[in-house]
Design a protein around this ligand. Structure first.
Ligand code: SAM
Ligand code: SF4
Length: 438
């Protein structure tokens, strides 16, 4: 690909974890959300719980979290999570939790006792085929946490690795040795965790092709079932802590892109397959099989091998999703507590999908999961001519191949998958500040 083309498509685009993207949500009515659950034909849900606390700031962090060492705050927070969950269980006494994702922030910020208390609140609602996944920070995850989680039925964990190079770790204020991570992986496997994910980031300060190569050699030694390799989203105007990162230490544009390609080649030369824009799965793993059988789905937490009608998010900033729309809880911890004290759901934002949006959302899902765009789907769009013209251009640019029935995104195209998806975004003419495609 020519450098001019690279720059042409290295534009600010949303990640499309929802469609419409959250900045385009409008006309929110909390009752629509409750009705959408009633109409969802199922009370078997995926549950997401957001734990917003972290002990130490990582300079690159763009997640919603607050830095504190005060564990009492978590006790109060669990009380509120309990209240929020009780609102749902009063409305839907037969609700069953099919899967639980503990995310953050840092769920392992909770002491083992606090974690036990939180999980006990949910025990009566676990479905028979329950599965649990937790985001673990290797620096705070303890043996007792793992024991409690394993006994509860958690078999999957996502570890925040970011990079194994010491100089990079110093530049991002996150020191964690390979030995620490390796011991945690061993402990998890000994406690029946059979799906382990590593989060890594490309484009961090002090990263070079050499450091990334070395880091990925270490990743391969531990053979996680999944790897998320995110592009560093550097938005210092909006995310203040990122101003602690020296801009001269980070690679941009094509040089940054090479940090992605080098890791991708290492993984593909080994036993991993690429999924979507930034994920890799070990051949034979649950995610790899779902991909190969075209059963992959994507929600706010990433790729999943099952589809459910509703995802309920508990906790500050948490997002919930049903087939007919989205809602988000307040991001303000104080408001979150006050609204719950009044016995109300702390919802502040949402969007009810109309038919056109629901259709476009399905197309965007299929692009991110399997890279396939059906020509029959395109023919049903009001702007089908513009869409086809743009996709024909992407074929010429080498992003996709064309068959009689579909456009199929290729390896290069997956690097620009957000740009490709944006063709189907009827709101994308508005300018918002998103991170660059690369
Ligand atoms: C919500 S965080 C939770 C993980 C956990 N707190 C930890 O760091 O161990 C999930 C992942 O988002 C990624 N992340 C955070 N900030 C990012 C940024 N600015 N750009 C790209 N990825 C980022 C990191 O890889 C992180 O592991
Ligand atoms: S990357 Fe994870 S541990 Fe670090 S500050 Fe962000 S949420 Fe907390």
């Amino acid at each position: 690909m020519k450098i001019t083309d690279f720059e042409k498509y290295n534009i600010s685009v949303p990640r499309y974890t929802s469609y419409p993207v959250i900045t385009d949500w409008a006309g929110f009515k909390p009752l629509d959300w409750i009705y959408s659950l009633i109409n969802g034909y199922t009370l078997e849900i995926d549950l997401y719980i957001h734990i917003p606390f972290c002990e130490k700031l990582c300079y690159y962090c763009g997640c919603f979290r607050t830095i504190t060492k005060n564990k009492d705050r978590a006790d109060k927070y669990i009380d509120k999570l309990k209240k929020e969950w009780e609102i749902y269980t009063k409305l839907f006494p037969h609700i069953k939790i099919k899967s639980l994702h503990l995310g953050g922030g840092t769920p392992s910020f909770l002491t083992p006792n606090q974690m036990h208390r939180l999980l006990s609140i949910l025990t009566p609602y676990k479905s028979k085929d329950f599965s649990g996944n937790i985001e673990l920070d290797p620096r705070t995850a303890k043996d007792e946490h793992i024991k409690i989680l394993s006994e509860y039925g958690f078999r999957s964990a996502s570890l925040g690795i970011q990079d194994f190079d010491l100089e990079v770790q110093e530049a991002i204020n996150r020191i964690q040795s390979f030995e620490l991570v390796s011991a945690l992986v061993e402990k998890l496997r000994a406690n029946m965790f059979n799906e382990i994910n590593f989060d890594l980031i490309w484009g961090l300060p002090k990263q070079t092709k050499k450091t990334v190569t070395e880091s990925f050699k270490k990743v391969l030694k531990l053979r996680p079932q999944r790897i998320s390799y995110y592009s560093y989203a550097h938005l210092p105007d909006r995310i203040k802590n990122q101003r602690l990162i020296k801009e001269q230490d980070i690679l941009m544009g094509k040089e940054k892109g090479e940090l992605f390609s080098i890791a991708k080649n290492i993984l593909l030369d080994d036993d991993y397959i690429a999924i979507g824009m930034d994920h890799y799965a070990l051949k034979g793993s649950e995610l790899a099989c779902a991909y190969e059988n075209k059963k992959l789905h994507r929600n706010f937490m990433g790729y999943v091998s099952h589809k459910s009608d509703a995802l309920i998010g508990l906790g500050v900033s948490a997002i919930s999703q049903s087939s007919s729309g989205y809602v988000q809880n307040t991001k303000d911890l104080k408001d979150y507590e006050e609204i719950l004290n009044k016995g109300q759901l702390p919802l502040v934002k949402g969007h009810q999908l109309n038919n056109e949006e629901a259709f476009r959302a399905t197309i965007i899902q299929e692009i991110f999961c399997h890279g396939i765009i059906s020509k029959v789907d395109i023919s049903q769009l009001t702007n089908k001519l513009d869409v086809s013209k743009q996709l024909d251009q992407y074929v010429k640019d080498g992003f996709m191949d064309e068959s009689q029935k579909a456009y199929i995104v290729n390896e290069l195209g997956f690097q620009f998958i957000r740009v490709i998806a944006s063709v189907f975004d009827q709101y994308r003419t508005k300018t918002y500040q998103f991170s660059k495609a690369i």
